[in-house]
Design a protein around this ligand. Structure first.
Ligand code: HEM
Length: 144
């Protein structure tokens, strides 16, 4: 597949739901040496922040235990927004999402077998949600 000119990635097992977030600047401000003018459309690089090698050791490695003793800032890991849940703009569904994911992953990993047929797992980082071209197909599904 030709990926030239397209912000595409190939992933065997995962892809970002929302690679970036957009917002419009309400009032002029300066941050990190940059001027933000009222009315400007700004994009927050969610994927980039979650994979920043200055914050994360081997950011692409699936290593959930890294969060066991993690004492990072609420702005370091932002798949569902950053900052404070009560006063900020962070995802109101974060806790229910995490619980649903725990139950779903346990079921997929422990209670069923399946095959992944040949498929196109390329996805675009310029699309929200960044679904793989084939979505995600499984077959030969059996209960364990
Ligand atoms: C994988 C699942 C999900 C992801 C990745 C996700 C991600 C996000 C992100 C990135 C934001 C924007 C935060 C910001 O603007 O700073 C957001 C906002 C929000 N999400 Fe989610 N979300 C998920 C599931 C859910 C679910 C299941 C619900 C409801 C049950 C939900 C409810 C909301 C609401 C109400 C907001 C707006 C919060 C506000 O504007 O103050 N989300 N979410």
């Amino acid at each position: 597949m030709n990926t030239a000119g397209c912000l595409c990635r190939k992933s065997a097992v995962y892809y970002p739901f929302g690679p970036f977030l957009g917002a419009r600047v309400r009032d002029n401000f300066e941050w990190g040496g940059h001027q933000f003018k009222k009315g400007t459309l700004v994009l927050l690089d969610v994927y980039g922040a979650n994979h920043d090698p200055d914050l994360w050791d081997n950011p692409s490695e699936f290593r959930p235990e890294r969060f066991k003793e993690w004492e990072g800032s609420p702005f370091d890991f932002i798949p569902q927004g950053g900052g404070d849940h009560d006063m900020g703009h962070r995802c109101a569904g974060e806790w229910v999402t995490i619980d649903v994911m725990k139950v779903s992953l346990e079921f997929l990993a422990k209670y069923m077998d399946y095959q992944m047929p040949k498929q196109n797992l390329n996805f675009s980082m310029a699309r929200i949600p960044s679904l793989p071209k084939s979505r995600f197909m499984i077959n030969s599904v059996t209960r364990q």
